[in-house]
Design a protein around this ligand. Structure first.
Ligand SMILES: Cc1cc2nc3c(=O)[nH]c(=O)nc-3n(C[C@H](O)[C@H](O)[C@H](O)COP(=O)(O)OP(=O)(O)OC[C@H]3O[C@@H](n4cnc5c(N)ncnc54)[C@H](O)[C@@H]3O)c2cc1C
Length: 273
């Protein structure tokens, strides 16, 4: 479930192995709030809005692949494997499941940051740092995150400032530079803000199945994307700590391979793990 880069990559591997695959997708890929994909293999700089339809179209060339718009609201073990329930009340039986719902990002405590995120507020130096190389950028976050950024951000950007989130009252875009208003009444102007982002699971599907998570909150998977629950695979941001399209695609590809291996062994009478 999930038709972002992780889910679509897994689906492509399965479709090419002539396995029946249904991608159920709610259509909220997390990078749709930006118009730029930095460092994505073969698509550096492309608009995500153009990439997803292209990926879906490629997948739909395969006769055993089906993409279904919708939201999964439940998943439970069944005799065949799993029963997946959608928000519209329909359900689907599947032998294996790939969880690829992405992650949900916590709203920033600083007013203005969420509205500007993806345009004048950025969060990932690997994604947007190069494009900001000639701009002034204020990094805003917790002391630990700022300490990390002070070491790495100069790779991309020269004109940098640092501020703890708690010291900022609001960030406003009045055209031109951003106006950053501090709690002490002062105001500074910066081209961009680089913000710390906190993320968590988008839903309780993995938890309801009993999938184990790491201390950092990612789903634990084996070398081929299988979670701690047999038959349940996972891909994308939920499994890969650095959130990058290329890594999400790689994890989806591995999960797709894992499902192919598992089904093939089962079909021959093996355990399927
Ligand atoms: C603002 C921003 C900019 C970024 N820029 C870059 C960049 O420039 N370069 C780069 O490499 N990375 C970038 N990233 C990171 C990159 O977008 C992610 O690492 C990657 O897209 C994650 O893919 P995913 O498939 O795990 O999740 P997503 O792309 O979020 O896809 C998950 C999909 O699952 C769907 N879904 C969720 N729950 C359900 C459910 N219950 N039922 C059905 N469907 C469901 C969602 O609606 C969504 O369509 C950026 C991220 C953000 C937020």
């Amino acid at each position: 479930m999930g038709g972002g880069s992780g889910g679509l990559a897994a689906a492509m591997v399965l479709a090419r192995a002539r396995r029946s695959i249904m991608v159920i997708d709610a259509g909220r890929q997390n990078n749709l709030r930006t118009s730029h994909s930095g460092g994505v293999f073969l698509h550096d700089g492309a608009n995500p809005e153009e990439l997803y339809p292209k990926a879906r179209k490629q997948l739909e060339q395969y006769p055993s692949a089906l993409i279904q718009e919708g939201k999964v609201v439940g998943i439970a073990r069944s005799r065949a494997g799993f029963t997946v329930t959608l928000a519209d009340g329909s359900s689907v039986e599947t032998r294996k499941a790939v969880l690829a719902q992405g992650m949900e990002f916590e709203k920033s405590a600083v007013p203005g940051i969420d509205d500007l995120w993806g345009t004048k507020v950025i969060h990932c130096p690997f994604c947007d740092g190069y494009e900001a190389r000639n701009e002034s950028v204020l990094a805003v976050g917790t002391p630990d995150w700022l300490a990390h950024m002070q070491i790495i951000l100069p790779n991309w950007i020269d004109d940098l400032g640092w501020a703890e989130s708690a010291t900022i009252r609001a960030v406003r875009d009045k055209g031109g530079q951003l106006s950053v208003e501090f709690e002490d009444g002062t105001t500074e102007h910066w081209d961009k803000v680089m913000t710390e982002v906190i993320f968590g699971p988008r839903d309780a599907l993995a938890a309801s199945l009993g999938c184990k998570t790491s201390a950092a909150g990612h789903l634990e998977v084996d070398d081929f994307g299988q979670t701690s629950v047999p038959g349940v695979f996972a891909a994308g941001d939920q499994t890969v700590p650095p959130q990058q399209v290329n890594l999400s695609v790689g994890s989806g590809h591995l999960a797709g391979m894992g499902v192919v291996f598992s089904l093939s062994h089962e079909d021959r009478g093996g355990k399927g793990a």
